[in-house]
Design a protein around this ligand. Structure first.
Ligand code: DC
Length: 221
């Protein structure tokens, strides 16, 4: 019996912050699958490849070796041996990851790696297709969401704290566009798995969402 936890949901719903806290409380390994798609996207950007260049993406994705390691419980994404954590959190890389994750070759490669990671140890994994595709047997599946305005406001605050120049309208538009792309792609679109529980974090603090999910987990096991 595996006790994996799957958390899916749109960009900015708080998945990684919440999943990280849950991992700490349960002494679980946290796997951030978005970071893997971001590392792949960074590789494409560095090669000067555009999202519509499918053939080039198919070829380049074979040359990108993506692995995960952990330092003090923090996930490190390695791209061909280089730790790229410091490069993957930009809007440019996020949008490129959304655009290139529609590619079937990219997805097959990432899903294999993710399933491999969950084979040897129980994990809490977040992404877009974890409950529906990567970990269909997860003991708990959560679909974590929040309104696009609230998600944009959270992102805006985060960027302001990092002193990145930005405006709320553009961020909200990016979020709405990204939701649309992630939910309407042909391969493994973002959707709530049939057996997933919906958690709307719009009016919840991070700690409230963490508690809600841990309570649900404890009911299950
Ligand atoms: O969660 P994130 O913002 O870091 O993810 C970046 C993009 O990667 C997201 O817009 C879609 C893609 N992604 C995916 O297709 N499947 C996943 N399991 C995780 C991310």
């Amino acid at each position: 019996m595996s006790y994996n936890i799957a958390i899916d949901g749109p960009a900015g719903a708080g998945k990684s912050t919440i999943a990280k806290k849950i991992a700490k409380e349960l002494s679980y390994i946290y796997v951030d699958t978005g970071a893997m798609y971001r590392a792949m996207a960074l590789f494409f950007i560095r090669q000067g490849i555009r999202p519509e260049e499918t053939e080039k993406i198919n070829q380049a994705c074979q040359q990108a070796d993506i692995t995960i390691s952990y330092q003090d419980g923090e996930q490190m994404v390695m791209l061909n041996g280089e730790n790229v954590n410091g490069f993957i959190r930009t809007e440019e890389v996020g949008n490129m990851a959304s655009a290139t994750s529609v590619n079937q070759n990219v997805r097959v490669k990432m899903v294999e790696l993710q399933q491999q990671l969950a084979k040897t140890t129980d994990v809490i994994m977040d992404g877009r297709d974890i409950g529906t595709k990567v970990l269909p047997d997860a003991v708990l599946k959560i679909y974590l969401t929040a309104s696009s305005r609230i998600r944009a406001e959270r992102r805006y605050k985060e960027l302001q704290e990092k002193q990145v120049d930005c405006d709320l309208k553009t961020i909200e538009k990016d979020i709405v566009d990204r939701d649309y792309r992630d939910m309407h792609r042909e391969n493994s679109p973002l959707m709530q798995a049939e057996d997933a529980i919906l958690v709307d974090s719009s009016n919840m603090s991070i700690d409230e969402a963490v508690k809600t999910i841990i309570d649900l987990f404890q009911e299950r096991v």
